[in-house]
Design a binder for this molecule. Structure first.
Ligand SMILES: [Zn+2]
Length: 532
């Protein structure tokens, strides 16, 4: 509901009370329940940002708490065509929110009408505004997270609620070490199934059982006998939860609507993360390593042979990983998975074998690590950096920075222009057709700038990351100065991937050559130090 001064001028005034009566009746007709009213009185509909209650509504929409929005007519929602269009056509459908404008006979659940929008524009998204507002809404959610408030319900395993401040998380001395242990195992390369077994053997109460024992009023529907039985999914979701690194992540999941409670995981870039809200149980470094471990697909190897390199070997030609073959009487060797799985195609397999013996990989990787460690110990920091830095990349980054500055200026100017055009359209200075043409033109330019900027930014950040990364690698190497054998943990900490090229000839051939690139985490390949 909205009542503004413009209405008084044009004589179309319809009091809040009248609007309320009409809307309540309509809500009954549409069978809408759990009704919340949002009222902005005396505020113009041109600018969304001044309308506190509208923003509250949009924030609730973004939080997934709204299933339908009912307005008397579209102008109640907002006068700005582009913005109304943006919310009705982009945001609401995405959140599965039904939009009904009584006066306009518009109901988004009635698709034939929805196709023929009376709003005049088809998905004209004003980026300048949309980005701005969505940021404001996120800021509001952020503010709640910033206070260190947990969503409610049970505290995450490993934490309890502060006795003074019922929403703040503090470390639970009884369970914190279990959490740390779960992360440590994961970094060592132990999978969730195995972790569940270990926890059971150690007779650690699972989170639900613990909660019941503590009498938190949380009672399981079907009491399972296994109070020590840990669920792999529970462990996995614990490992992925930034809460253990001290952060609060909101918006990790959503539900399609208030009726449909299925939980859908949202992509990470839609999370709202507030950092360092409470005491961390594991360091950021450990947390990141665990995320990396979670990404590696674990497949049991044939005959249970231990494979240190699971998930590390990558084919440069098809991009797939390698798996190991341990057939009896054969030397264990890796092959490209694409090749392996297209066996039925005979000579027309989808990739070549890229075959390499386990022992060769072991020796090469060990030698690379030893080499990096020696280099780290015996040379100056700049020399160490030099061994990893890509000179070509550094030069490219310097040029990219200059071009980016120019693009940024134009982008700012463009935003200003667009904002102005939107305002002029809302005030009726620019008619809708002209507005649509102008916006289309500006958007095309914005898109172009965005694409070019992100290319340049990549070049710059790559070079910057490299320098930072090399320092990170150096810090890790201090732990591995006299390495004589490889462990899974060492690989997880030091190595990002091992790229194995197709050999030039078969194993029996004397002149067989095979290129293997060992990529260190953060720093990439070691340039020209080792020659094979
Ligand atoms: Zn391949």
């Amino acid at each position: 509901m909205r009542l503004s001064r413009e209405d008084e001028r044009t004589g179309e005034s319809c009091s809040i009370e009248t609007q309320r009566i009409i809307l309540r009746q309509a809500a009954k007709d549409y069978n809408l329940t759990n009704i919340v009213e949002y009222v902005d009185d005396g505020i113009t509909g041109v600018l969304f940002e001044n309308r506190e209650n509208l923003l509250r509504l949009l924030s609730d929409v973004e939080a997934g708490n709204v299933s339908a929005v009912l307005v008397k007519d579209a102008s109640r929602f907002g006068r700005n065509n582009a913005l109304v269009s943006y919310y009705v056509q982009e945001i609401f459908p995405k959140r599965d929110v039904r939009f009904i404008a009584l006066g306009d006979h518009y109901d988004s659940h009635n698709k034939t009408q929805a196709d023929d929008m009376m709003f005049g524009f088809k998905s004209l998204i004003n980026e300048a505004y949309a980005a701005d507002i969505s940021q404001k809404i996120r800021a509001a959610l952020h503010a709640r997270a910033l206070k260190g408030e947990h969503k409610g319900g049970r505290a995450p395993y490993g934490y309890i609620f502060d006795s003074h401040d019922g929403k703040k998380l503090v470390v639970d001395p009884e369970t914190a070490d279990t959490v740390r242990q779960i992360f440590a195992w994961t970094v060592e390369g132990i999978g969730q199934m195995q972790i569940a077994v270990r926890l059971r053997d150690m007779q650690v109460l699972n989170p639900s059982a613990l909660s019941e024992r503590r009498g938190n009023g949380w009672v399981q529907k079907n009491k399972r006998p296994g109070v020590f039985k840990w669920n792999q999914v529970t462990i996995r979701s614990m490992l992925a939860n930034p809460v253990y690194a001290g952060h609060i992540a909101r918006n990790r999941n959503t539900t399609p609507s208030y009726k449909d409670k299925r939980i859908i995981a949202l992509p990470e870039d839609e999370w709202i993360v507030t950092h360092n809200v409470h005491e961390a149980l594991v360091s950021q470094e450990i947390f990141d390593l665990a995320q990396k471990a979670l990404r590696i697909k674990r497949r049991p190897d044939r005959e249970g042979e231990k494979n240190l390199f699971q998930g590390f070997l990558i084919c440069p030609d098809c991009g797939k990983r390698f798996s190991i073959g341990n057939r009896e009487g054969r030397v264990p060797a890796f092959r490209c998975n694409t090749y392996r799985s297209s066996m039925n195609k005979g000579v027309n397999r989808d990739c070549t074998s890229h075959s390499i013996q386990y022992q060769d990989v072991y020796n090469i990787v060990l030698a690379e690590i030893q080499c990096a460690a020696v280099l780290f110990q015996n040379s100056s920091a700049p020399a160490f950096e030099e061994a990893f830095l890509d000179r070509h990349k550094t030069e490219k980054a310097a040029n990219a920075e200059k071009s980016l500055a120019k693009l940024n200026n134009r982008a700012t100017e463009l935003q200003r222009i667009i904002k102005r055009v939107v305002e002029q359209n809302a005030l009726g200075v620019i008619d809708n057709d002209t507005f649509a043409d102008l916006i289309a033109e500006y958007q095309a330019e914005q898109k172009d700038i965005k694409a070019r900027s992100s290319q340049l930014e990549n070049a710059i950040s790559e070079a910057a990351d490299d320098a930072v990364g090399i320092k990170k690698l150096a810090a890790t190497l201090t732990k591995y100065t006299n390495v004589t054998e490889l462990t899974r943990e060492m690989l997880m900490e030091l190595i990002e991937k091992v790229v194995v090229h197709q050999a030039t000839a078969s194993y029996k051939c004397k002149n067989r050559e095979q290129k293997v690139d060992v990529y260190f985490r953060f720093a990439g390949v070691l340039n020209g130090v080792m020659d094979r």
